[in-house]
Design a protein around this ligand. Structure first.
Ligand SMILES: [Zn+2]
Length: 133
């Protein structure tokens, strides 16, 4: 299972994750901190973004979950307490609107929508869980 690990990517992702302090990344078994590791790309010709086979594992015990994750560069178009709509571009350059459930901070989303700033969203199992950068 360790084959294909990119240690550097792993450390970067783990580092990014540490900044959030999000409750969604607390280990359900022991309450320890969980880190997200993108293992390898999943070939999916119909997805505009490259999904990665992903493992989210506890840094304290053996608990781990597998998921699918990817990032989207875009700006907030609409949002409410449950869903967020992200405006981005397909590989061919056309505008794309994607809607996801989210666990993001309401104030953060409000500010991002107001500024129209382009940021990267981390999507795990079709849920927007983090804004990067
Ligand atoms: Zn744990």
């Amino acid at each position: 299972m360790n084959k294909g690990y990119n240690k550097k990517d792993m450390e970067i992702l783990a580092g990014i994750w540490d900044k959030t302090g999000s409750n969604s990344m607390k280990c359900p078994e022991c309450g320890g901190k969980m880190v997200l590791i993108q293992v390898e790309p999943i070939n999916d010709a119909y997805n505009a973004y490259i999904p990665y086979d992903t493992i989210i594992e506890c840094t304290h015990c053996d608990f781990k979950i597998r998921a699918e994750s990817f990032t989207i560069l875009g700006s907030i178009k609409e949002f409410d307490t449950h869903n967020v709509e992200i405006g981005s571009w397909s590989p061919s350059g056309s505008r794309v609107l994607s809607k996801y459930e989210h666990v993001l901070d309401y104030e953060l989303l409000k500010n991002l929508k107001k500024s129209g700033e382009l940021v990267e969203f981390l999507i795990v199992n079709n849920q927007a869980i983090q804004v990067i950068g």
